[in-house]
Design a protein. Structure first.
Length: 464
């Protein structure tokens, strides 16, 4: 049989099938199409085979098989990366999604989670004990890709990035060896996997430090018509500059959903969502939101005490699967009037009602970790902006992509790099790291993956 460009004997294939406890799927087999599908509907790639790992032994078998047959190798965690790097066309895709084991240690406040977990899975288990770690803002994002790129979310100002709470990983190298990687074992690799993406190996499980969060927090969204976007962003700039770490506010330029909670006049109209997360005493949180409500009364106010897990899935519907997605992003050192004007100009003229432009505030704990402590780049960022152009019809791509490109170009003079997980289809990996960080990542890549076996990612190219 020919796989990719390699002729593989039926004996070798039989051995692979026998040696994998999970599933080995070829084109046409049941489950193949579902497994190769990722969040961005623009990605329609067909791996020569898919291995759905049930455990570490399957991961080792997949890595060894791909290396021995020279197949391009990719790893799928939650399938959320807009670039589709999880899916190797004509190669071997390793699907981690069956590996969902989670063990919480409530006393020691740690959790070990297998790499196929989504943030909703992890939050579900840790919140049973009122504990959490910084995670993604959309609950079906994979912990794998998100953590390896750094990890930002509602808790980053309070607890730092996801990687600031990473204690260890189990990782399978390009040579098929399992390593336990932490601050004492392979510290160079431990530094690199905290922000360097999937460049260094397949992580089979992550161990995180947990913190008391909720389970009831103050959260939810205030909704405004787009005409107020500039005023909101100016207020937001000052608000976040003085905000305590416990408060994190995401502002999203979007189209108001046709939902019952939205006033009729605003449904399907350009709008601004202000998404609040306050971890702490509810009354104190209310006092922190009060100035916004007083200065800019919202058209709809959906904030209040809620389970942290509800906040963590609040915007899931704003990130639907199977749409065409083109992503650009920028880290900013501040929201100058010029930047605000640009964001308002483009963000209130979305070319598709599915498009969305969220801004996240950095600062707080994430900014107090030294830049060289982990590979996550640009900790001096004040706000990050994600430009998600999202539309249903593949034949209608040009104008949506042109809008996103033009928006991004207008922000470029104000950019402080880009968050690696949001580089999108056209981002350059060097933008995600200051030069010294990038050089150190190359050194670690040279040491652990000199042949660039792991290149389906935001790739750090080896130089040996
Ligand atoms: C709607 C949406 C919301 C998002 N929200 C956030 C957010 O709140 N915070 C944030 O930080 N990011 C966010 N992101 C970005 C997200 O972190 C990245 O897209 C990330 O790559 C997703 O991880 P995944 O496992 O789902 O991705 P996948 O597409 O499955 O994988 C992407 C890449 O990650 C690597 N990878 C994944 N798992 C492993 C593993 N086990 N071992 C080695 N490499 C692996 C591989 O290189 C792979 O190509 C969001 C993205 C989207 C689309």
């Amino acid at each position: 049989m020919t796989i990719g460009e390699t002729v593989v004997s039926s004996g070798a294939l039989a051995a692979l099938r026998a040696g994998v406890r999970g599933q080995v799927l070829f084109p046409g087999e049941d489950g193949y199409d579902a497994a190769r599908t990722v969040w961005n509907g623009m990605i329609d790639r067909r791996p020569a085979l898919i291995i759905r790992a049930a455990g570490v032994a399957d991961v080792i078998a997949a890595v060894n098989f791909a290396r021995e047959t020279s197949l391009v190798f990719s790893v799928r965690g939650g399938g959320h990366n807009a670039t589709g790097s999880a899916v190797a066309d004509g190669g071997l895709m390793l699907d981690m999604s069956l590996m969902k084991g989670i063990r919480v240690d409530p006393e020691g406040r740690t959790v070990r989670a297998e790499a196929g977990c989504l943030w909703g899975d992890l939050d579900h288990e840790t919140q049973a004990f009122g504990l959490a770690v910084t995670g993604g803002q959309v609950s079906d994002t994979g912990i794998g890709g998100l953590t390896l790129g750094g990890g930002v979310g509602h808790l980053m100002r309070l607890l730092g990035a996801t990687v600031d709470n990473l204690l260890s990983v189990d990782l399978v190298t390009a040579g098929g060896r399992l390593l336990t990687v932490d601050s004492e074992h392979h510290p160079d690799l431990f530094w690199a996997v905290r922000g360097g993406g999937g460049n260094f190996g397949v992580v089979t499980s992550f161990e995180y430090r947990l913190h008391p969060v909720g389970p009831i927090i103050l959260g939810g969204m205030l909704l405004y018509p787009a005409e107020q976007a500039a005023e909101i962003l100016r207020f937001y700039r000052e608000w976040m500059a003085d905000a305590p770490d416990e408060l994190c506010v995401t502002v999203a330029l979007m189209t108001a959903p046709p939902a019952p909670f939205v006033p009729e006049s605003l449904r399907l109209q350009p709008a601004v969502g202000v998404i609040v997360c306050y971890v702490g005493d509810i009354e104190t949180g209310q006092q922190l939101i009060a100035p916004l409500r007083a200065a800019l009364p919202p058209a709809a106010d959906l904030t209040g005490p809620m389970p942290y897990t509800v906040l963590q899935s609040l915007i899931d519907d704003a990130a639907p699967w199977h749409q065409q997605v083109f992503l650009k992003a920028a880290n900013l050192t501040g929201l100058s009037d010029d930047v605000i004007d640009t964001i308002v100009q483009y963000g209130t003229h979305l070319t598709s009602p599915l498009s969305i432009v969220p801004l996240n505030p950095w600062g707080g704990a994430i900014s107090r970790v030294p830049e060289d402590a982990t590979a996550l780049g640009h900790r001096d960022t004040a706000f990050s902006v994600y430009i998600f152009a999202v539309w249903p019809d593949p034949a209608d791509s040009e104008r949506h992509m042109a809008w996103a490109r033009s928006f991004h170009e207008a922000l470029r003079p104000h950019m402080n790099g880009t968050y690696v997980n949001e580089l999108g289809q056209e981002g350059r990996v060097a933008e995600a790291y200051p030069p010294a960080t990038y050089a150190r990542l190359v050194e670690v890549k040279n040491r652990y993956d000199p042949t660039n076996f792991f290149h389906m990612n935001q790739n750090i190219k080896p130089t040996v």
